[in-house]
Write a protein that binds this ligand. Structure first.
Ligand code: KIV
Length: 265
């Protein structure tokens, strides 16, 4: 099957075909994401919370992202791999943004990067794109700004806020992004943004009117039990299946039922 690129996503928007994205952090899950036909995999800085146990995404480093990107790259065959630029890896200046994004592409094997923020990121996005690094934007609830936003809250509820988000999306498109994540905004606002830009919008908590959807894989598989935002649909409850399997193994070891002859040389 044909390898998915940033151009494929644009073509999907043009023909009205929804784009399916999930997060990926390791080799084995990436193989399953490919097998299931997911079009794009985000090595999200959500890995800080779901894989490393931090309370926020803020402590994640460029090296953390590269480590996980390499594992995803080894498991990937067809999906587009996008890597999150972690907090403070692109804020300080254009040169730092290019150096860190370049490292994520060269060492991690990602094919594009995602950076959070609107108008204030336009110059950096232009510079990254000029340096041949495809960039995905991310507006609405931007978890790296959690200390300024004062919590994980829905954004763009007032008319002014909604207009600002539409404007930010247009600025990102003009700066050269190939797609934009819309996180935690009212569905009607996401529809307006999706109509206002020609690049695909990928929603998470932004309703069904976006060009595609993304969820954190550990959330939708029921692996991450710390909290569940309203927008997460659990398609499986792997956590309890895994605990049941481990309990059964424990029981069989205690009772000397495992290993049986079948598993013994
Ligand atoms: O880090 C992440 O996984 C993300 C998605 C939730 C969009 O940014």
């Amino acid at each position: 099957m044909e390898k998915i690129t940033t151009v494929t996503l644009r073509q999907m928007k043009e023909r009205g075909e929804k784009i399916v994205m999930l997060t990926g952090y390791d080799f084995s899950m990436t193989k399953l994401l490919n097998e299931a036909g997911v079009e794009a995999i985000l090595v999200g800085d959500s890995l800080g919370m779901v894989k490393l146990g931090y309370e926020t995404t803020l402590p994640v480093t460029v090296d953390d992202i590269i480590y996980h990107c390499k594992a995803v790259k080894r498991g990937n065959s067809r999906s587009l791999i996008i890597a999150d630029m972690p907090f403070m890896s692109y804020e300080a200046g254009v040169d730092e943004a290019i150096a860190n994004a370049g490292k994520v592409i060269k060492e991690g094997g990602a094919e594009a990067v995602k950076i959070e923020g609107g108008r204030e990121m336009a110059a950096k996005i232009q510079a990254l794109v000029a340096a041949k690094i495809p960039v995905m934007g991310h507006i609405g609830l931007t978890p790296q700004s959690i200390n300024q936003l004062g919590g994980y809250k829905v954004q763009g509820r007032s008319l002014d806020e909604a207009r600002r988000l539409v404007d930010e999306a247009r600025v990102l498109e003009a700066a050269g992004v190939f797609a934009i994540v819309l996180e935690c905004i009212p569905a009607a606002v996401a529809v307006e943004i999706t109509k206002a830009v020609s690049v695909p919008t990928i929603g998470i908590g932004a309703g069904g009117g976006c060009d595609g959807q993304i969820l954190v894989t550990d959330d939708m598989l029921g692996l991450y039990g710390e909290f569940k935002p309203k927008f997460v649909k659990r398609y499986a409850d792997l956590r309890s299946q895994i605990v049941d399997a481990i309990r059964l193994y424990k029981k069989e070891v205690k009772e000397a039922a495992f290993p049986s002859d079948e598993h013994t040389y």
